[in-house]
Design a protein around this ligand. Structure first.
Ligand code: ADP
Ligand code: MG
Length: 338
């Protein structure tokens, strides 16, 4: 009988877990609420995220992964353990786990993720580079000798990678993603309207009326926050054009990085990419007009993958379903006994 096999997308914003034979069974924010000083965990996941910006001072809602790497090892481990136990139960059968890491992670970072998986109860843990998982999850055939370009726009980072023959040929990770876009909105509202808003409010604003292209039809949203001068609650109206302008700076950072990756791509593979197009994954790919903007900026057609948020977890799932490939050096592996 097969051991329980699960695939984990440990993202800066969201953690997803795929269970072999079942599909994606868990999709939770990568957030942990802890008490200051004692570091006691109060809530994990959705419940913890609801606390962001709303907690009394002694409780902090913490995102243990920053910029695509583990920022707080202890809390990451607790979060991972909690999610794995929720999916697998506390039984004696330990799962085999495929877990995604950003490409270009250091050996120390890889070891930290593997250790976290073992501490969380893995029998065996394997790492797969995130762009590879994203491409597999998006349905690209990366085993062929043909180039594919994937841009995965997450919360903390954007991973850009050219893949061919089951490996990463050129890649770059930039510390610009959805969070940076939210930051820009927060700063703009503070500067222009003297209005303080929280990061959750900024994110909702971005999702509701944000766009990467100048919107055809102007939409207006009400934003509530606190007036910096009077200290009292205040609401203002903001247009989609204004938000579009706010987002242009973080978006150009992503485009610039993609351009550099393309410039370093061998010509044959670049030609394949020109033909197949650029595949966009991650939550950030859902920003309105992003595909169109990237298409224009890079002169190569870009399209959003079918389920952009789930691609990485689905890709990890595909690897699990063909566990043989794990033994082909496709992934880094470390068994319990070496
Ligand atoms: P990670 O892999 O880092 O966990 P995700 O791939 O889950 O990140 O993407 C999270 C980011 O996607 C967040 O910054 C979130 O605000 C953004 N996002 C999610 N949905 C949308 C949307 N509809 N429009 C724009 N951004 C979105
Ligand atoms: Mg991700």
């Amino acid at each position: 009988m097969w051991n329980k096999r699960i695939g984990i997308d440990l993202g800066t914003a969201t953690t997803l877990i795929y269970v072999h034979g079942k599909g994606i069974v868990l999709n939770e924010p990568s957030v942990v609420a802890i008490t200051k000083g004692t570091n006691k965990v109060l809530a994990i996941g959705r419940e913890a995220r609801e606390m962001i910006g709303k907690t009394p001072e002694y409780i902090v809602a913490h995102r243990p992964l920053k910029d695509g790497v583990i920022d707080d090892y202890d809390i990451t481990r607790k979060m991972l353990t909690y999610f794995i136990q929720r999916v697998c139960g506390k039984g004696i059968i330990k799962p085999d786990i495929v877990i995604c890491i950003p490409s270009g992670g250091t050996e120390v970072e890889k070891r930290a993720v593997l250790d976290a998986a073992y501490h969380a109860g893995a029998r065996k843990a394997y790492l797969i580079e995130e762009p590879m998982a994203a491409a597999l999850g998006a349905g690209l055939d990366i085993s062929e000798p043909s180039g594919s370009l994937v841009i995965d726009i997450g919360g903390g980072t954007t991973d850009i990678a050219v893949l061919s023959l089951g490996g990463v040929v050129v890649s770059q990770t930039v510390r610009v993603g959805g969070d940076k876009m939210d930051d820009h909105l927060v700063r703009h509202l503070r500067k222009k309207f003297n209005l303080m808003i929280g990061e959750r409010t900024a994110e909702v604003l971005k999702i509701e009326i944000g766009a990467a292209m100048l919107p055809d039809e102007e939409v207006t949203a009400r934003v509530k926050g606190r007036d910096l001068v009077s200290g009292l609650p205040k609401a203002i109206s903001i247009t989609s054009t204004e938000i579009y302008k706010c987002l242009s700076e973080p978006l150009s950072a992503i485009v610039d990085a993609a351009r550099i990756v393309l410039e370093h791509t061998p010509p044959e593979l670049a030609a394949d990419i020109g033909e197949k197009g650029i595949c966009l994954t991650g939550g950030g790919a859902l920003l309105r007009g992003l595909d169109e903007m990237i298409t224009k900026a890079l002169g190569t057609p870009a399209y959003v993958a079918e389920e952009p948020v789930s691609c990485v977890a689905l890709g990890a799932g595909k690897v699990l379903d063909n566990l043989k490939s794990l033994r082909d050096g496709f992934l880094y592996t470390k068994g319990r006994n070496g």
